[in-house]
Design a binder for this molecule. Sequence first.
Ligand code: NAD
Ligand code: UDP
Length: 340
Amino acid sequence: MFNILVTGGAGYVGSHTCLKLLEEGFKVIVLDNLANSSIEALNRVQILANRSLIFIHGDIRDSSCLDRIFKTHQIDAVIHFAGLKAVGESQQIPLEYFDNNISGSLNLFNAMQRASVYNLVFSSSATVYGELHKSPLNETMCTGTTTNNYGYTKLIVEQLLEKLSQSDPRWSIALLRYFNPVGAHPSGLIGENPRGIPNNLMPYVTQVAIGAREKLSIFGQDYETIDGTGVRDYIHVMDLANAHLCALQNRINRSGCRAWNIGTGRGASVLQVIKAFKDINGVDVKYEFAPRRDGDIAICYADNQRAVSELGWIPQYGLEEMLRDSWNWQKQNPNGFNKG
Ligand code: NAD
Ligand code: UDP
């Protein structure tokens, strides 16, 4: 497989994955509507890789745009990142989420079928496990209890892909269930670029550290965890990017749909993250305790043995590198990809 269509390739996980793909010699074609990203990310990816990619400014919901891409480029596989991802926003504007994440995905799968392209890697999420199970979460546990509209869109697309591959053996599909992606490329040239107030812990921590925000609110201090704060499985974005290459490799000449957890298998609490951030980067993060956030669970971490044994994927980075690289990116780019 040589020519890869990357939807949402200008975004956080997508840009790091494009870099890896270029470094490994793939031809990369990115389709992104830049709704939550900047073209500057892809400029920098090309500088880092010293190779160029093809960028198409367009939308996965635009069938004629997709048909043109498949006609022009001999696509071998698709990595599908494009979609909206803010949990809170998904409660306020559910139809936008259903349209982008579910209809958009269906539109893409239809275009793939018209072009006889059946290899797909889909960005799913640990959120599909809902709140029923006790961590470590493994892929044999049932899904289907998501607590918000964003999670619901991931679950629906997973289920559609399962059904599709059961009905049509030409499809070869990898569902990658990300745990909590953090960190940035060690150069500090690309990283996470949230618009407005960050929803996620790590960008909030680095924005407090740099003085852009006054203090972090820690959502909940009375969970049944080591110190009362929520525990998550943070995964370095470079390791996550690498998982997509491993998944592409795994899917060659295979039929069906398979899910893999992409996490380190270790949890860290919010307070542990803040303390480690200070120890590693020498910067204090001011915080206060706040009520629990709706929909949050106490503990979520992966059993990653399936990815390790089947994909040969082994995470290389620990929490220390995640915190170092997140801070390095923030320091070098106080305004993200925006200048000034
Ligand atoms: P991101 O917002 O940085 O990247 C998504 C990209 O898709 C953006 O560049 C955006 O402009 C583009 N996009 C959105 N709608 C589009 C459309 N209709 N047509 C074309 N392009 C469109 O998000 P990310 O963190 O890189 O996440 C990538 C994928 O991984 C998403 O599907 C997300 O739901 C999933 N995921 C992310 C996390 C996380 O915490 N970052 C966790 C689990 C799963
Ligand atoms: N969190 C927090 N304050 C914030 C953002 C997040 O205390 O401003 C906590 C959140 O309650 C959870 C952890 O940090 O325990 C990770 O949250 P994030 O939103 O990054 O990821 P999630 O696992 O919820 O998708």
